[in-house]
Each structure stands twice: as structure tokens, then as C-alpha cells.
Design a protein around this ligand. Structure first.
Ligand SMILES: NC(=O)c1ccc[n+]([C@@H]2O[C@H](COP(=O)([O-])OP(=O)(O)OC[C@H]3O[C@@H](n4cnc5c(N)ncnc54)[C@H](O)[C@@H]3O)[C@@H](O)[C@H]2O)c1
Length: 297
């Protein structure tokens, strides 16, 4: 028996790129899939591909950045396949611009689809999973951009919000047996074609099969992974990586707390060489001479 036999899932933005791969892998492992995409023609093509291979799928063109769209997507899964066991929040857009030039609408559009869309779809799905008696798998999509990435205030911020929501929902939904994880995928897609290097220039990257992320998503939605929750994973290509979670690191301590005078005296010597590189590229501190892992005395 295939690992997803009897289970049904929705995949947002499943019409192309990484989401298409999730749909194909869920279906080839026996799951029924609602392939969502605002681009209905692309969603229908994926449905046809799944059906041709003997799988079960149906197309949905909800805008998942609206409450009606999120509710309608989950309704369709339950009315067509009798239940919902998996919710894969994958849909996304980019509107890159440097922070000082970014407009409100560029910020709002990206947050609406990534952060709020993930919130609404996951909530609609989790309510239905709870009603069914519990159990289920929510898979969100983050990006290494959430460590900070040049020109991506909106995208990095929304992905960081999704990471934090993933940890929070994993805590809240464990009582219903609903697991919540996120992947940070990789693949050559329409979106990845917009990526720029650290210098802001176009990069020529080798082709990476975007459908490879789907194997891990299918496994996460199976009962074999029924003990895995609250985790972020780097997926795609030839590996699966555990993304380390933010935590308090090394520190300095003083009974009664640290005054400005004490910080002036001790901070550089105690923590100056403990400060971490930051950003997706983990570049050294790009900040004059004042900040750096090895400060000048
Ligand atoms: N490609 C990469 O290397 C990479 C890296 C990190 C994270 N990601 C993430 O993976 C996910 C998929 O990205 P991709 O590279 O496959 O991009 P893509 O542009 O190829 O596919 C995204 C799909 O989402 C659909 N979509 C957009 N807005 C929607 C909406 N409101 N409702 C429903 N569908 C909508 C689009 O029509 C498109 O088919 C995104 O969340 C992205 O941020 C991608």
C-alpha cells in the first residue's frame, strides 16, 4: 500500500514550479490532491498529468490571499475527497526592491499572499482536521531569505513570519495531533529566475529540478512522519537539512543588570568577537569599521 493511500491534501500554487512537484509526488504516493493556482490553466495541466499516471486530483483557482479563497479551497478538498489530511502552503510571489525604495503595495502584496495566505489556509485546514477527529500535516514554505536578504524586505519578512507561525502552530495544534513543519525549498522556477547575487546583479545558476522537494513533502504528510513537528527543513536537490532554530546564545552577566557604563567597559571585550554574521549570504559585517567579529582594539 502506498504511504498516502486514503489521504487528501491541498497544495497552494501547485500549477507550476515547486508546487507542481509537490502535487505530483503526493499523488504518486497514493494521495488525492487539490491543485490550487490562480493560474487555472496551469493547475488543470497538473491535474491531467496526475490523472494520466492513474492518480486522483482536482483543480482549484482560489486566490489563497483571501479568506473566501482559503475557505473554498479546503471545502473543495472535503467535498471532492471526503476529508483533508494535508495542507501544503506553497503559493508565492516576489516584488523585490531595496528597503528605502519599497512601496506600501509591494510590501502588502507579498505579505498578503505569503504570510496571510499561509495563515488563512492553515487555519481553515486545521479547523477541518480538528472536526474530523484530529491528525493531519501542515507544511509551510519558508526561504533562506528569512535570514535577511538584500532587496527582499517584504519577502524575507513574510518568510520570517511564516517560520515563527510554524513554531507557534506546532505548539498549539499538537493537542489535536496536527503537525506543522516548513520547508525551505530549492529549484529552478519562474521565481528563482528573478534571484540576484549579493551585488544585486543577475546570477547564472545551474538547473535544479524543482520537483525533488515534493518527495520530502509527501513523506511529511505520511504517517511515517507522525512524530515530526515544529521543524524547518532545507529540501530539494540531493539533500534534506535541519534548519537550526533561533535561540539565545552566549552572553554576559552582571548581578543587578548591566548599565551603559558597564557595557561601554565590557561589551567589546566580552561579546565583540561573538557577534554573528548575518543574511542569506552570511557576509561579514558590512558596516564601516565599527562592527565586526574581530573588532579593532
Ligand atoms: N524557487 C526557489 O528556489 C525557492 C527558494 C525558496 C523558497 N521558495 C518558495 O517556494 C514556493 C514556490 O515558489 P516557485 O519557485 O515554485 O515559484 P513559481 O512562481 O514558479 O510558482 C508559484 C505559483 O504560485 C501561484 N500563485 C501566486 N499567487 C497565488 C495566489 N494568491 N493564489 C494561488 N496561487 C498563487 C503562481 O501562479 C505560481 O504558479 C514559494 O513560496 C517560494 O517563496 C522557492
Amino acid at each position: 500500500m502506498k504511504v498516502l493511500e486514503g489521504k487528501a491534501s491541498v497544495v497552494t500554487g501547485g500549477g507550476r514550479g515547486i508546487g507542481r512537484g509537490h502535487c505530483l509526488r503526493l499523488a504518486e504516493n497514493g494521495g488525492a490532491v487539490v491543485v490550487n493556482d490562480v493560474d487555472l490553466e496551469e493547475a488543470k495541466k497538473v491535474v491531467a498529468e496526475i490523472e494520466q499516471a492513474g492518480g486522483k486530483a482536482s483543480a482549484n483557482d482560489s486566490d489563497i490571499g483571501t479568506r473566501e479563497g482559503a475557505a473554498q479551497l479546503v471545502d473543495q478538498c472535503v467535498s471532492e475527497f471526503g476529508r483533508i489530511d494535508g495542507c501544503v502552503n506553497n503559493a508565492g510571489i516576489v516584488r523585490d526592491r531595496t528597503f528605502l525604495k519599497m512601496t506600501d503595495s509591494e510590501f502588502d502584496d507579498v505579505f498578503r499572499i505569503h504570510a496571510k495566505g499561509t495563515f488563512m489556509c492553515a487555519q481553515e485546514a486545521a479547523l477541518r482536521m480538528k472536526e474530523q477527529g484530529g491528525g493531519g500535516s501542515i507544511v509551510n514554505t519558508v526561504s533562506a531569505a528569512h535570514y535577511g536578504n538584500f532587496g527582499q524586505t517584504n519577502y524575507a519578512g513574510a518568510k520570517g513570519a511564516i517560520a515563527s507561525m510554524t513554531y507557534t502552530w506546532a505548539l498549539e495544534l499538537s493537542r489535536y495531533g496536527i503537525r506543522v513543519n516548513a520547508i525551505s525549498p530549492s529549484g529552478s522556477t519562474r521565481m528563482s529566475a528573478t534571484y540576484k547575487g549579493a551585488d544585486g546583479k543577475e546570477v547564472e545558476a545551474p538547473f535544479v529540478d524543482p520537483t525533488l522537494n515534493g518527495h520530502f513533502v509527501a513523506w511529511l504528510c505520511s504517517d511515517d512522519a507522525n512524530w515530526v513537528t515544529g521543524q524547518l527543513f532545507g529540501t530539494g536537490r540531493d539533500r534534506v537539512l535541519v534548519v537550526e532554530q533561533p535561540r539565545y546564545g552566549t552572553g554576559m552577566f552582571m548581578p543587578g543588570g548591566l548599565t551603559v557604563a558597564e557595557l561601554q567597559e565590557h561589551f567589546r571585550g566580552s561579546l565583540g568577537d561573538k557577534l554573528e554574521s548575518f543574511g542569506l549570504m552570511k557576509s561579514a559585517y558590512p558596516f564601516h569599521d565599527g562592527v565586526g567579529p574581530k573588532p579593532k582594539s
